[in-house]
Design a protein around this ligand. Sequence first.
Ligand SMILES: C[S@@+](CC[C@H](N)C(=O)[O-])C[C@H]1O[C@@H](n2cnc3c(N)ncnc32)[C@H](O)[C@@H]1O
Length: 287
Amino acid sequence: MSLTLLKAWTSARDRLKAVGLDSPVIDARLLVEAASGASRLELITDPHRALTDEQAAVLEGYLARRERREPVARILGRKGFWKIALGLSPSVLVPRPDTETVVQVALEAFEEHRHFSVLDLGVGSGAILLAILAERPNARGLGVDVSDDALAVARENAANLGLQGRAALLRGDWTAGLEGETFDLVVSNPPYIATAVIETLEPEVRDHEPRLALDGGADGLDAYRILAPEVLRMLKPGGIFVVEIGFDQSKAVEALFREAGGAEVRTVKDLANRDRVVTGAKNPLEN
Ligand SMILES: C[S@@+](CC[C@H](N)C(=O)[O-])C[C@H]1O[C@@H](n2cnc3c(N)ncnc32)[C@H](O)[C@@H]1O
């Protein structure tokens, strides 16, 4: 008997439920849509449409991966972030809704038609940089990452969004080699999970996200210790920084940026009301 869209969805849901996933209905729907090429609407309006043998085999492969706790975004190789769609590879972090707080704080500081420059340190898939450039037509940016593979993904995403002319992407160890350049805005979502905590995280993160994107050293703060003075050095006088933090890192990260000379340093919460972003400015009277 052929596998219909409805049967595929319900049996996928049951399999994913059986392995204890949090959102088996949504995950099953996304995987059936991707394997069959059917839209969400077609799943409801044409539930008895049959999958081809090839589509059923693709779905089987997706489900086996999801049962091994590979995130849906990794299986599909794409993820929506802010208002853009991003391609992914195993070398980049799956962009998180939490990180949209960085974009929101940055956009609030730079109105729509302003000309400004952005530096994104640890650009990964390009999520933060490209979301900002997509909304600010007169902005230009530079994204830096230590991973060549991540940069290849960011380049492809920039091209797919038509932003390649305004987004430069460079391999580098944070700000090394950027002497002499300054920016109006510096953003970063650095690795900030304490090394020992990584092993306690859900398998989707622990086993499927690149360590380079997660590991913030013994207390999770290694990257901020390097970045706080470097971010301030890279800013123009009066420029603004916006960095993502772990929910319990506000005090420590604020202190690092104040010690480095940051002004108006404050923490912004995410939609779940957890501390998520530290932002501030470079004193306009400093060089
Ligand atoms: C948490 S991920 C953030 C990725 C992306 N900005 C986002 O928000 O989805 C951190 C990124 O920092 C990069 N990274 C780690 N160490 C680095 C270093 N020393 N210099 C530059 N980038 C680094 C990783 O390769 C990774 O892409």
